[in-house]
Design a protein around this ligand. Sequence first.
Ligand SMILES: NC(=O)c1ccc[n+]([C@@H]2O[C@H](COP(=O)([O-])OP(=O)(O)OC[C@H]3O[C@@H](n4cnc5c(N)ncnc54)[C@H](OP(=O)(O)O)[C@@H]3O)[C@@H](O)[C@H]2O)c1
Length: 257
Amino acid sequence: MNDQFANQVVIVTGATSGIGKAAALAFAKQGAALVLTGRRAELGQQVQAECATVGARCVFVEADHTRLEDCERTINTTIEEFGRIDVLFNNAGIVSRGTALTTAEDLWQSTLDINVTSVWRMCRLAIPHMQRQGSGAIVNNASDWAIVGGQNALPYVMSKGAVAMMTKAMALDHAAAGIRVNAVCPGDTFVDRWLHKFEDSDADRRAAAISQASAHIPMKRFAEPQEIAAAVLFLASRESSYITGHLLLVDGGNTAQ
Ligand SMILES: NC(=O)c1ccc[n+]([C@@H]2O[C@H](COP(=O)([O-])OP(=O)(O)OC[C@H]3O[C@@H](n4cnc5c(N)ncnc54)[C@H](OP(=O)(O)O)[C@@H]3O)[C@@H](O)[C@H]2O)c1
């Protein structure tokens, strides 16, 4: 275990799978004390146990971040257990598809609730603790689709664009208090919920399908969750001490085209 985050308290929302899980494990290996959240308690407890095996103090809070009371419970638990909040990684989010014509009212609202409102709420609840400490780092998980548009993904693109601009606005509001606010903007990242897209018992056919699906990316492959986690740790760490209001693309060059 390295000690880059020793004596630091890190909250990772949506840590039950994917990028959040990878970030939780990476922070754990760097000595952080962790509060992990998500709705799937069994998976969350497994991630908590994995973090504990590398020596991290770690708590899992079963939380649906569309509910204010669950956001409050996450912050209260963090303070009760660890007394401070050094890093907040707002990662929990959903992908939602549709155009202006096909997006239903409830999908629009549910996308806003988790991808946008929950990020603001978690910041609103965490920032007073960071202000008292005189320091803190917030990393929001946006998307490369916060920077460029994507087809048939209107509610998602809308929500991630909002995360990007919340990041900049909050960075300005809280810079003087020693709080940095940045966002990571991942391109297509190979997480578990993608596995069904490439189900094939034949390994060569599966590899060919993955290769075809990632052909539009200059680096010709999807990101691994650990590659996004590495960028999150950089933005959360002292290594980025003069960086705030930044949107860090981690997309294999996709949006450079
Ligand atoms: N994978 C990509 O290609 C990609 C690209 C750009 C950005 N992102 C962003 O990366 C973030 C993580 O997604 P992922 O790709 O790692 O997918 P994932 O494996 O599906 O992870 C999503 C996480 O968010 C949590 N979550 C969703 N709704 C929640 C809610 N209402 N309350 C609490 N937690 C909730 C999920 O936990 P529970 O289900 O247990 O609640 C899960 O841990 C998202 O914000 C996504 O937009 C992903």
